[in-house]
Design a protein around this ligand. Structure first.
Ligand code: ADP
Length: 818
């Protein structure tokens, strides 16, 4: 409520509204004068008229006192009917004097009397005490009484008559149809005027009083008007002051937040501090803390973190590092604070609301005004901002709070925006790094593919040119090595592509650990011989020999680690593959594999990157050692999928140890349980001991050289092969003689009719064996979805290109011999 400090004085009113009051007084005075003027006239007329009526009535009263027989009857009764004029006048005076006096005394100043026409004399004139001497006197010839007696019409006249200047009401006296005289009743004009004057004075007095009252009412009204005007002015000026104050604060907030919005991520922290300082000074605050709610997804919990904190240097408060945390801890001990934030309401505190130990969190001066404001961004609770004043207990008004709220929201918004910017920048960086790595990868891929291709083409030329069989064999060996390296590169690319699309799968199966290690040894050992490197294998005998896991993938990881060790260890170095049993409960065994070398080693910084796809420790690595930077990424993914962990310990120049642990299923060996091996013959002589005499295969393959390869590699098995150059021909050949074939090898991509359609058509035929004849896909599409597509089309199995002779033989044995 607005309080009026200065009461209004009348002098103030006169000073401020004197002119208006004078004009009003004059304007009002005119109608008052008019009223008085008109009323005095009207009053006089009414007065005289009333007086005339009154006097006539009195005359009538006198007339009623006169007997019906008139003067003659009185004279007769007095016995002077025939007397002299004087005797008659005397007799009539005696008879009527009392009546006259009685009537005259009824009103002050009244004069009444009888006149006789016959005697032409005044008979009585009351009050007789005053006018007895006029009895017997005749009225003048011009006296209006004569006209009354002549005309018989009553009349009221003003003028100088017997008694003096009077108002005289005259009534003819008629008896027996004759006018015998007249009766009068009169008043002295001077007396009437005196009465009239008194009445006018009263009216004038009343008018003046009314005028004064009206003027007083007007003055009171003006006074009230001025008071309310002054009140409005004061309220207006206070509102203006408040608006100006708020405007100034808004400008400060605006300037402060502009700093934030124009800052880039490098200068953001400084800008935020400046922004808080500007707001703190403008709002007389000593501390500002911005606290953001962070969620910990793994623990499914939330907690506040200090996003920013500012404190004035002059507050005298401790400025140690924990000041912000102290403020946060303090507010969290106060009841009702959380509810306020949840309800989107500001939370206010002053020192009076707090116990001494609670106050210590916020202020060391003993004084406190605190405001905690919730911040919601895009309708989601973001956190809150605390404003503390420790030198005053002045709570902020609603306007100031509104401005502070805008400031808080803008600060939080800017902070959220900055966070997004930082995320975007790091995502951009990551994307750039990824692009750089992929470009480097393409370059090294080109190198990795060209090198063996070069070897193949070169060796083909050497082999063709040479006549000596040893030289030709040498060329074939080199071509085989280069070819298998090329296949490794392609397999790596396929694997990483599977990993990136989340399609890398693990297929656990029972296998012999020692056999798997032997396979690894067979693949890698000959390389070490070339580089004169010592290769030691240490196997913990406690490891159960029969394990359940994806042995192919396990071997792939170990081969990759050993290949790297071989690659990054100079000639004459040493490489050790060791396997330890970490623990085993009879159902599961945790096995640790270490591949150690004394090669070039890897720096700690490089160690953090080498498990990422396309990353190599150094850009020079490709040039010097080759490689695609995919091996470790693939290895890590495989180990991840197996639920294990892979890591490296290394020192530059000293060597590296790559280790992984996996937990796999295990079976303790029982010789009786030993599974018969897939084949009775060893892997080396799989070809020579596979006899498919009497079996006939239909091979659908459009590329002639591929037909030739299949026919040539299967020649030793004595299997008969009919070739079809596309799906349509294969379908026709099968239709012509369905019983002729024991198995169909079906390429997938062929002109006219592809392998899928050909298979579907064969399966749909209504002929014997159409539904049962094994159809094996041979295709370079080796992703799981490609295999699934083949199975969906009705094929039984799948062989990947380039064909692996052992895989082909095993497949044929499975479908033709078992
Ligand atoms: P690649 O060997 O094809 O380059 P990898 O993913 O297998 O790709 O290895 C990534 C990088 O890690 C290598 O380029 C190399 O810099 C580093 N590295 C891997 N193994 C070793 C090792 N045993 N000694 C030194 N550096 C290694």
């Amino acid at each position: 409520m607005v309080k009026i400090d200065n009461p209004i004085r009348n002098t103030d009113i006169l000073r401020q509204h004197g002119r208006t009051i004078v004009i009003l007084a004059v304007l009002l005075f005119i109608p008052f004068v008019l009223i008085w003027y008109i009323s005095s006239y009207v009053n006089e007329d009414i007065f005289y008229e009333q007086k005339s009526e009154n006097l006539l009535s009195i005359a009538r009263v006198l007339d009623s006192y006169l007997v019906d027989g008139g003067y003659d009857q009185i004279l007769a009764e007095a016995g002077v009917l025939d007397g002299t004029r004087e005797e008659k006048i005397t007799a009539l005076n005696e008879a009527l004097r009392q009546v006259t006096d009685d009537v005259a005394s009824s009103s002050v100043g009244l004069g009444v009397g009888y006149y006789s026409l016959e005697l032409d004399a005044i008979l009585t004139y009351g009050p007789s005490a005053d006018y007895q001497d006029t009895v017997g006197v005749s009225i003048g010839e011009t006296h209006p009484g004569r006209e009354v007696m002549r005309t018989g019409v009553a009349q009221v006249s003003m003028g100088s008559m017997v008694r003096g200047n009077i108002m005289n009401a005259m009534l003819p006296v008629v008896r027996g149809g004759e006018i015998i005289g007249y009766i009068w009743a009169n008043n002295l004009v001077s007396e009437l005027e005196e009465t009239l004057g008194r009445m006018s004075s009263v009216i004038l007095f009343l008018l003046i009083v009314s005028y004064i009252i009206v003027m007083l009412i007007i003055l009171t009204f003006i006074r009230r008007m001025i008071r309310s005007e002054q009140m409005s002015k004061q309220a207006l000026s206070r509102a203006l002051q408040e608006t100006q104050h708020r405007d100034r604060l808004m400008r400060v907030v605006n300037d402060a937040v502009s700093l934030l919005l124009t800052a880039d991520s490098d200068t953001f922290e400084t800008a935020l501090q400046d922004c808080m300082e500007m707001m703190g000074i403008a709002f007389h605050m000593d501390k500002i803390g911005i606290f953001q709610l962070m969620s910990n997804k793994s623990r499914n919990s939330h907690s506040y973190e200090t996003a920013a904190y500012w404190q004035t240097k002059s507050s005298g408060e401790s400025t140690d590092e924990g000041a912000a945390e102290n403020l946060l801890a303090g507010i969290q001990t106060i009841d009702g604070w959380k509810e306020s934030m949840r309800r989107r309401e500001n939370f206010r505190l002053t020192s009076g609301d707090l116990l001494e130990q609670e106050l210590a969190h916020f202020s060391s001066t003993g004084k406190l005004s605190l405001l905690a404001m919730p911040v919601f961004l895009q309708d989601r609770y973001w956190g809150f901002v605390i404003y503390c004043c420790v030198h005053d207990e002045r709570p902020l008004d609603v306007g100031e709070e509104a401005v502070l709220l805008s400031g808080s929201l803008l600060m939080a918004n800017a902070m959220a925006r900055n966070e997004i910017m930082l995320d975007l920048m790091s995502a951009h960086e990551a994307a750039l790094a990824g692009t750089r790595a992929k470009s480097a990868f393409l370059a090294s891929m080109s190198h990795e593919i060209r090198t063996p291709m070069n070897a193949i083409i070169g060796m083909v030329a050497i082999g063709r040119a040479s006549r000596a069989p040893e030289r030709k064999d040498y060329a074939f060996d080199k071509i085989e090595t280069a070819g298998s390296h090329l296949l490794d590169v392609i397999n790596d690319v396929l694997d990483i592509s599977k990993i990136e699309s989340g399609k890398l799968e693990i297929s656990p199966a029972t296998f012999r650990f020692s056999e798997m290690i032997q396979r690894v040894h067979d693949v890698v050992s000959h390389r070490m011989v070339e580089k004169k490197q010592a290769f030691v294998i240490e196997i913990d005998p406690a490891i159960p020999n029969t394990l359940i896991a994806d042995d192919q993938r396990l071997a792939q990881v170990i081969i990759n680690l050993i290949s790297n060790a071989y690659k990054f260890t100079p000639e004459g170095g040493a490489i050790t593959l060791s396997a330890h049993l970490v623990e085993c409960d009879g159902i599961e065994a945790t096995v640790r594999i270490d591949v150690a070398d004394n090669g070039i080693g890897i720096s700690p910084e490089q160690q953090t990157r080498i498990f990422e796809s396309f990353e190599q420790a150094e850009s020079t690595t490709t040039r010097k050692y080759g490689g695609t930077g995919l091996g470790l990424a693939i290895s890590e993914n495989i180990i991840d999928l197996m639920g294990g962990r892979i890591w490296v310990e290394s020192e530059v120049g000293e060597g590296s140890v790559f280790s992984f642990v996996v937990t796999v299923g295990c079976l303790y060996d029982d010789p009786a349980n030993e599974e018969p091996s897939d084949t009775e013959c060893g892997e080396d002589d799989l070809l020579s001991c596979t006899d498919l005499t009497g079996k006939r295969i239909l091979l659908a393959e459009d590329v002639e050289v591929n037909q030739e390869i299949v026919v040539t590699i299967l020649e030793p098995t004595h299997v008969q092969i009919d070739c079809a150059e596309n799906g349509a021909v294969a379908l026709r050949m099968f239709c012509e003689n369905p019983q002729k074939y024991d198995l169909i090898l079906m390429d997938v991509q062929m002109p006219d009719m592809d392998g899928y359609e050909a298979t579907r058509s064969i399966r749909a035929l209504d002929v014997p064996r159409a539904a049962t004849i094994p159809i094996i896909a041979i295709t370079a599409n080796v992703f799981q979805e490609d295999i699934q597509k083949c199975l969906n089309a009705g094929m039984n199995d799948h062989l990947g290109k380039p064909l692996d002779i052992d895989e082909v033989l095993n497949m044929l044995r499975k479908y033709l011999l078992e």
